[in-house]
Ligand binder design. Structure first.
Ligand code: ADP
Ligand code: MG
Length: 321
C-alpha cells in the first residue's frame, strides 16, 4: 500500500536534523514557532534543486538531500551567519521508500553536522524538485554582504574551485579521469562542503563576501558589481586541486576553476591593510583559502595573465541563456 503523505512525513521528516531548544514547535503543526536570540538579525535563504537541471536524474538520493541543504548553508556562510532552522518543500513523482530513506539520511547527516533543525515543509506529487528554506542569525548589524568592497581590497577564494564542475562532467560522461581523481572530483560535486566556520570568522575580516555557485569569475564579478568596483583575477593564482590537474592539465583546470559552477566555496574581499591580520588569525593553509586578485575602480571582472587580459567564451553557468 502506498505511503500516505502523513505517514511519509512522520517516518522520514519528523525527527530529521538536529534537536534544538529554540524550536518551540517543529514539524506537525500549521507552522513552526522559533525563538530568535535577542539582538540578532534573522538571515533567510532559499534555493531549489530541479531534477535534470541542478542534478542528474539518477543522482544518489543521499547526495540530493545533502546538496539541497548544502547550497542554502553556503548562502548563510557567505553572510557570516549561523544556521538554525530549515523548511523542506519536496515534490516527488512517487513515494519510493528506499529513495526517501536515503534522501532523508543525506539531509539529516549534514543538518546534524551544522546543528540545523528541520522544522517544517511541504510534500507534494509531481516532477522531482527539492526546495529548502534555511533560517539563521547573526549579531545585529554584523552580517557580511556582497556590497562592502572597495578598490584595492584583496580578493580570496576558499578551497579549490572547478572540482565540482569536473565531478558533474564525470557524472554526465563528458570527462575522463584517472580513478583516484575520479572518486575525489565526483564527491566534490555530490557532497559539497559549505564553509560555515570560515564565513562566521570572516565577519571580523572581510569587507564583502559571496558564495561561489555559478562560477568563480561570474560570482567575483557579482561581488565587485555590488561593491561598485571591478575585479581583476590573476590566472596563475587561481587555486586548483591535484586531482583536477591530473584530470585536465593546468590550463584547462584553471579555466574550469574560473567558469564551472557548483563549488559552494566563499569568495571574499579584505582591505589590503587587514590582510596581515587575516593571515595571522586564519592561517591560509589551515583555513584553506588563497589570494586570487584585487578589486579595482574600473567596472567588470577580468582575468589577467602575464600582463594581458584573457578572453573567456562564457564566465559561468547562467539559466535561460
Ligand atoms: P498543512 O496542510 O497545514 O500545510 P501539511 O499536511 O502540509 O500541513 O504538513 C503537516 C506538517 O508537516 C507541517 O508541520 C509541515 O510543516 C510538515 N511537513 C510537511 N512536509 C514536510 C517535509 N517534507 N519536511 C518536513 N516537514 C514537513
Ligand atoms: Mg502544507
Amino acid at each position: 500500500m502506498p505511503l500516505s503523505e502523513f505517514a511519509l512525513i512522520e517516518r522520514y521528516f519528523r525527527t530529521c536534523g538536529a534537536q534544538r531548544a529554540d524550536v518551540r514547535l517543529g514539524v506537525g503543526d500549521d507552522a513552526a514557532l522559533l525563538a530568535m536570540p535577542a539582538g540578532c538579525d534573522l538571515v533567510a535563504a532559499t534555493d531549489t534543486l530541479v531534477a535534470g537541471v541542478h542534478f542528474p536524474m539518477a543522482s544518489p538520493p543521499a547526495s540530493i538531500g545533502h546538496r539541497a541543504l548544502a547550497v542554502n548553508l553556503s548562502d548563510l556562510a557567505a553572510m557570516g551567519a549561523r544556521p538554525a532552522w530549515a523548511l523542506l518543500a519536496l515534490t516527488l513523482p512517487q513515494a519510493d521508500e528506499a529513495w526517501l530513506g536515503e534522501f532523508a539520511a543525506g539531509f539529516d547527516a549534514l543538518a546534524r553536522a551544522h546543528a540545523v533543525a528541520l522544522v517544517g515543509g511541504d510534500t507534494t506529487r509531481g516532477p522531482l524538485c527539492v526546495t529548502v528554506q534555511l533560517l539563521g542569525h547573526v549579531p545585529g548589524g554584523s552580517a557580511l554582504t556582497r556590497g562592502g568592497g572597495r578598490p584595492g581590497d584583496v580578493l580570496f577564494v576558499s578551497g579549490t574551485p572547478g572540482d565540482a564542475g569536473a565531478g558533474l562532467a564525470l557524472e554526465q560522461g563528458r570527462l575522463e579521469a584517472p580513478p583516484e581523481a575520479r572518486a575525489y572530483l565526483r564527491e566534490r560535486f555530490l557532497l559539497p562542503t559549505p564553509r560555515m566556520a570560515l564565513g562566521q570568522r570572516l565577519r571580523e575580516h572581510a569587507s564583502a563576501c559571496i558564495d561561489v555557485s555559478d562560477g568563480l569569475l561570474a560570482d567575483a564579478g557579482k561581488l565587485a558589481a555590488a561593491s561598485h568596483t571591478g575585479a581583476e583575477l590573476v590566472f596563475g593564482d587561481v587555486p586548483v586541486s591535484e586531482p583536477l590537474l591530473a584530470a585536465l592539465g593546468e590550463e584547462r583546470a584553471r579555466e574550469l576553476a574560473l567558469t564551472a559552477g557548483d563549488d559552494y566555496e566563499l569568495c571574499f574581499a579584505v582591505p589590503a591593510d587587514n590582510v596581515a591580520r587575516l593571515h595571522a588569525e586564519l592561517p591560509p593553509q589551515q583555513w584553506r583559502y588563497a589570494r586570487i586578485g584585487v578589486l579595482r575602480a574600473a567596472a567588470g571582472a577580468v582575468v589577467v595573465r602575464g600582463g594581458t587580459v584573457m578572453e573567456f567564451s562564457h564566465c559561468g553557468y547562467e539559466h535561460f541563456t
